[in-house]
Each structure stands twice: as C-alpha cells, then as structure tokens.
Design a protein around this ligand. Structure first.
Ligand code: MOS
Length: 736
C-alpha cells in the first residue's frame, strides 16, 4: 500500500475524508473554538503538594484582579445540584470529589477555579492564589511501590501451571514500560452553558457525547435529555476522551455559579495529569516449550500503576489468553496505588502492554530453540477457537497477516543470529511480533434526512476522532443505496443526533456501520411505500429489490423506469423524509468469537557507538475484516505504528520521587515519535469480510496498529545487537 506516494494535484484532489476541507481550512471547530454569548473563562489552580490536606486557600489577592468574577474552592459553598458533597460524589463512582474536600491525592489536583472576563485575567489571578498545606507522605515511584503489591488471579487457570516445571525450554523474564501520555495536539476543553435551571449545553472534547451526557446527568441530577453535548471535530484522542474528567465538572460548576457560559481549556502541562495516561507497568513471564517449539505453558504476572482515589486496571494479561494455544496458563495481576492522577485507556490499552512482554519472550525462546520466530508463532497460534471461551473464531487471519508481512519485508534476508549484518558502525537486524484485539460491537443508531433533490444527510451521535468514521459511513451508505457520495452529507458528534457508543476500543465503525446499513434499508422501504402509489411493482418489496440513483428510485427488475424524487415528493406533498434505525450485536456473539489482528515486521539499524536506533522499515499487515475505506484505514494503521515507535524508543513520563511532580511535562520534555523518527509505514490488509460481526463485515482496526509494534522493534534490536532489552522506552543509554 503506497497511498503516500500518490501524486497530489490541487486541481484533482484524491477522494479524501468527508471532514477534510472543514479541518484543513479551520472551518470545523474544536471544543475550545466555539464562542458563546457573554462567555467568560475559567482557569484551574493545581495543588502544589502530592499528598496531605489543604490548610487554607487565600483568594484575596486574586479576587482583587480586575475582571475576576468568581473563585471556587472547597471552602466556598457549592450551589450546583447533585454535585454537592463528597459522599454523593463517591456514590456516583466519580473518584475525585472536586472542590468538595481538603484532601490532596496528587500534585496537580485542582484546588480552585478562577473565573474571569478574559483568559489573561483568569491566568493572572490564578497565579495569585495562595494555598497552604499539611503535607503527608506520598509515593509516586512505581518501580519501588509495585514490589510491595501482591498479585491476584486474573482469569481462570488453564490446565496446570506446574506443567511448566518440566518444559525443556524456558524463558523467564521481567519487563517494564514507563508511563505514557496521550498528548493529542488539541487540548482538552469544555464550554459549559446552563441554558435553563436544569438544562445544560456542553462543547466538550470527548470521544463519546452520549457518555458525557450520561455521566453529567448522574452527577448533577438532571435528566439526560436536558443535556446537549457537542464534539463535532477532534484534534486527536487516543483514549484520553473516553471518560469525563474533573475539568469538565469544574466548567459546569463555574457556569452555574456565575450564571454565564464558561470556557475551560487545559494548558499543555495540565494535559499530563488531568486526562489520564498509560500507566507504568511491570510484568513477569515464564514461558515454556518442548523441543519442537510447541508451547507447554505460560505464567504471566502484571502490575500497573493507578491513583490512590481510583483503581484502574489495564487488563495487561488479557492478550495472553487470546493469540496462542497455551495448554497450561496462569495470569495474575495487581493495581499499584500511587499519588498520581488516575490513568486510563491509551491506544491498545492493556493488550499493547501485555503483548510487548509475551512477544519479546517468544522471540527470546525462538533463539533458544533455533526456530525462526515466524515459524514458532505459526506453530502455536490458536486459529480454530478462542482459547478461553472455546467459541470458534468467526474469522481469524492472523496467520495470513504473518505470512504476508514476512513477504513484504523480505524476511528471508534476516540472519538467524545477532551481529551478522553490519554497515560501518551500524548493526542491522530484523524483528517481528503480532497483536490481537477482541473485536467488539455495540448498539448504535443512525438517522437519514432526505431532500427532494436526492441529497441525504446521514447522522449519528458518534464522534469521529480522526479515524475516518464519517468517511466510512458515507462509503457504506453509497454502497447500500447507490446515491453518489457527493450527495451524502455526514453529521456527527452531537448528543441530539441518534445515540451511538463512544468511539474507542476499535468498535467505532464496527458498531455504527450496522446502524448505517439499517437506516439505509429503512429509507428504501419508506420511499418504496410512497412509490407503490405510482408503480405497483414496489408492493411488498424488500430493501434488496430497491435501488437509488441520483435520478430517483428504481426496482431491480430490468426495464423499470426510475421514479424521480421530485415526482414522489410532489405526489405526496413531502418536505423532508426522516428515518432512524438501530443495530447491535445479537445471537452471533454466543456462537462465535471475534478478533482483529496484525503482524508487525521491522528492520532497524543500531549505531554501535551512540546507541541510536533507526527504524529503516516498518510493515504492518492487519486483519480488520472488510476494509471500508482503504485510505483512512491505512492512515489509521500507520499513525498507530508511529505511536508504537514512540512507545518503543522514546515515550516515558517520569515522576520526581522527592517532589511528587512530573518531570518534563510539556512537548519539549516529553519525547514522542514524529515523522523524522518514522519511515514510510508499509500497510497492507487481508481485507476479507467477517460474515458475522455486522452487516458490513468490517471489524475494528485502531488498536492492532500498535499492539505488537514495540515488540517487533525490540526484537529487531536484539537481532541486530544481541541485546535483549526489556524496559521501554529503549533509549540509547540502554542500547549501549
Ligand atoms: Mo482508544 S484507547 O480505543 O481511544
């Protein structure tokens, strides 16, 4: 796939995404770009200590700044219904009792919000807030803390793990991964406007408007239908927009108090501790095989960091129970509370972490056994059924991903032992790894409004976080109806539209595509009912009997003249035709297991004097069922792979064990992969529809683009240098 090579001409732009023009011209608005009438600005003041209690907050100096309207602290009485005291908040399972407690759980915890006429006034006044604390002991060092946390069973033991003791070939290793920050380009922001006493309008950066609506409804005790949430465009999400964070509630509380719309945008440093992150993790693997490379068993133990006010488990060992046939298996996990903010899902959450360990261990084993890592994997894949549920896979083409990837990178050029390929001071090597993800699907709804001129507007509340959901929806609607793409408009990201799940966990298109097919069919039947009055052939017709074109509606048998839309509209005195339909998972989920998968292949060069790692080639072959839009899909895969390069080589959020603060929490201090760090990613797809996942056969793709990338890179570094590096990120100091 070489869509990056396509010659680009301004006169004939290649068919792009539905939102492309709005995004590149600035016409499409991100949450912080809206302006509400009489809007004012809120800025959060962060705790300066990592644990303890607030003694006092002196707001006097801040209050004197011209333009300051209100200062909210836990000492002020809250006028917001529902979100009114600590016990109520705890009941709602929102972990941080924002502005309702003097307790401090982490450094950076919001202790006050300053509301002012301008952003500048608010920032200045916030700097004048003086807080004193009774500090307490705190722990932010995961490495130290995890050793004290004991493990608990994570899923049922398979066979008996004692079988491992008799395995002739064993790898036993520990792996660590540093905390990573999502860092989307667009900052998280909320504009909150109370349009009536119990009516809210929110412009919010979120991956799920209905999720925000539900959460806010519960917390503030107002009916869901009274809350409108808008998230039409996003400048990246990666998981940080999958839950409602404290700053959203702060904006809502502030707007209630000042009786005006309030805009609250996090600063870049605040993004590091306010909207989740991939937690630091520790893993231990014991993997055993017989002399032919057949796996005998695996023990996988994992721990991840969390906060002291919420327990977030990443699910690191989930993937271990998924890909391979391990007759004997035991998985254990633990959550390690730290005085940091709560982590959350980030790109391939859990599986990406666990996969690094198992795919590194399998690579390690392949050298012990002297079996090619590709062959070792092919020998052990659980291709027939899901190893835990025992359900047959609906489709599972991970073997084809591996074979295709090996061909693309010319795997035969790899040397079976390290340090065999050199180029001056550079060592060169090849590595590979696979990834898998349970392919989910949720209930989703979609609507269509059709006009007399034959244009349709396809609607759903789902937010397109940059993955191309809207474009995919347009493609599907075009395929099902026959209406040309230029006549299909897409409306997304508003809770007033037909409800849809959040976009995350690679379930976006998988969920909404079923709704799109359903609503297109509903439209066909609706128009057919009107058409019967003109031509009786439409009587008792099914969606498959009916075709639309730009000219009008026609019946499938040849020779039937289309009935023009204007003829239909005039005859029945129609204005806009509106239909809505829902679709979701059903019985097939009891009959089959569903997965997406990918194989990642990598060629690196490693400088023997500086430890610099350069990725020369990265190949990613994925099975995501039917590929609805190849360009958007490939784009998503290569973006994920670049994230994987960052995870492997650069990304690391350290906390200062003495101060409790994050080290280098800005884009200069936190390194992630940019274009200069990545080669052109070679993306390919198996592109076979899954017959059971949904009506389109499209499985999810987002996560498998990164699950396996880091291990492929680490394995290539081993093949180049003979160094087995088990702690991410693999920075030059570790390579040397
Ligand atoms: Mo994601 S972690 O599926 O936004």
């Amino acid at each position: 796939m070489a869509f990056f090579d396509e010659s680009f001409s301004l006169l004939t732009p290649p068919e792009g995404r539905v939102e492309a023009l709005a995004k590149v011209t600035g016409k499409g608005k991100y949450a912080a770009e809206y302006v509400a009438e009489h809007m004012c600005y809120a800025v959060l003041v962060d705790s300066a200590v990592a644990a303890g209690a607030i003694q006092n907050i002196n707001i006097n100096k801040a209050a004197q700044v011209a333009g300051v309207i209100q200062i909210i602290t836990h000492q002020q009485k809250q006028l917001v219904p529902g979100f009114s005291d600590e016990s109520k908040i705890k009941d709602s399972r929102f972990g941080l009792p924002l502005f309702h407690t003097d307790k401090i759980y982490f450094k950076g915890q919001p202790i006050a919000a300053v509301v002012a006429e301008t952003l500048e006034d608010a920032i200045y006044a916030a700097s004048l807030i003086e807080a004193t604390y009774t500090p307490d002991n705190f722990v932010v060092d995961f490495e130290e803390a995890h050793t004290k946390q004991s493990l608990a069973e994570a899923g049922k033991e398979r066979g008996s793990i004692n079988a491992l003791n008799k395995a002739p070939y064993i790898v036993e290793s520990e792996y660590t991964i540093a905390a990573e920050i999502h860092n989307p380009m667009e900052m998280h922001a909320t504009i909150a406007e109370w349009t009536a006493t119990d009516q809210l309008k929110l412009y919010d950066k979120t991956q799920g408007v209905n999720n925000v609506q539900r959460t806010v409804s519960k917390l503030f005790e107002i009916p869901e239908k009274n809350i409108e949430v808008i998230s039409e465009f996003m400048g990246g999400g990666f998981g940080s927009g999958l839950r409602v964070w404290p700053h959203v509630l702060a904006a809502i509380m502030a707007a209630k108090q000042v009786k005006r719309p309030v805009k609250l945008m996090l600063s870049r440093p605040q993004m590091f501790y306010s909207v989740g992150y991939r937690p630091a993790s520790w893993q231990k693997i014991k993997l055993g095989a017989d002399k032919d490379g057949k796996f005998i068993g695996i023990l996988h133990q994992a721990k991840n960091g969390s906060s002291v006010y919420e327990s977030f488990s990443e699910g690191i060992t989930r993937v271990t129970r998924l890909i391979y046939h391990f007759p004997n298996l035991k998985t254990e996990s633990a959550v390690v509370p730290l005085n940091l903010s709560t982590p959350t899902w980030m790109r391939g959450p859990g599986d990406c972490t666990g996969d690094f360990a198992i795919e590194s261990a399998i690579d390690d084993l392949s050298y012990q056994l002297n079996i090619d890592p590709v062959q070792l994997r092919l020998k052990n894949l659980a291709l027939d059924k899901h190893p835990d549920s025992g359900l047959p896979w609906s489709t599972n083409f991970i073997n084809e991903c591996i074979e295709k990837g090996a061909a693309i990178i010319n795997w035969q050029d790899r040397k079976p032992k390290p340090l065999q390929l050199t180029d001056g001071d550079w060592h060169k090597g090849y590595g590979m790894a696979v990834g898998m993800w349970n392919a989910g699907r949720n209930n989703a709804s979609a609507g269509i409004e059709m006009q007399k001129d034959g244009t349709i507007t396809l609607q759903t509340a789902m937010t397109d976080i940059g993955t191309g959901t809207g474009t995919g929806m347009q493609n599907i609607a075009h395929e099902v109806t026959g209406i040309s793409k230029s006549k299909i408009k897409i409306e997304l990201g508003n809770s007033n539209l037909p409800p849809a799940p959040s976009q995350g966990g690679s379930t976006g298109l998988s969920s909404v595509s079923g709704a799109v097919v359903a609503v297109c069919n509903a439209l066909k039947l609706k128009l057919a009912a009107y058409a019967v009055t003109i031509n009786n052939v439409y009587k008792n017709s099914t969606p498959n009997d009916i075709l639309f074109s730009d000219k009008g509606i026609s019946y499938k048998t040849p020779g039937n003249q289309p009935i023009s839309y204007s003829q239909l509209w005039d005859k029945h005195q129609l204005t806009t035709i509106a239909v809505e339909a829902s679709s979701g998972p059903g019985e097939e989920r009891k009959q089959y297991a569903f997965c997406s998968s990918a194989a990642h292949f990598c060629r690196v060069r490693v400088h023997s004097k500086t430890g610099k790692v350069k990725i020369e080639k990265l190949v990613c072959v994925a099975d995501g069922g039917k590929i609805v839009n190849e360009k958007a899909a490939a784009n998503q895969m290569s973006g994920a792979a670049v994230g994987g390069i960052g995870m492997a080589l650069m990304e690391e959020q350290l906390a200062d064990a003495k101060l409790g603060s994050l080290v280098g929490n800005d884009l200069a201090g936190y390194h992630f992969a940019v274009n200069a760090d990545a080669p052109i990613i070679d993306v390919a797809f198996i592109n076979k529809p899954d017959p059971h996942i949904n009506p389109t056969g499209a499985k999810g793709l987002g996560e498998v683009g990164i699950i396996g990338t880091a291990a492929a890179i680490a394995n290539a570094i081993y093949n180049a240098t003979g160094k087995r590096l088990k702690d991410l990120p693999i920075t030059p100091d570790k390579v040397l």
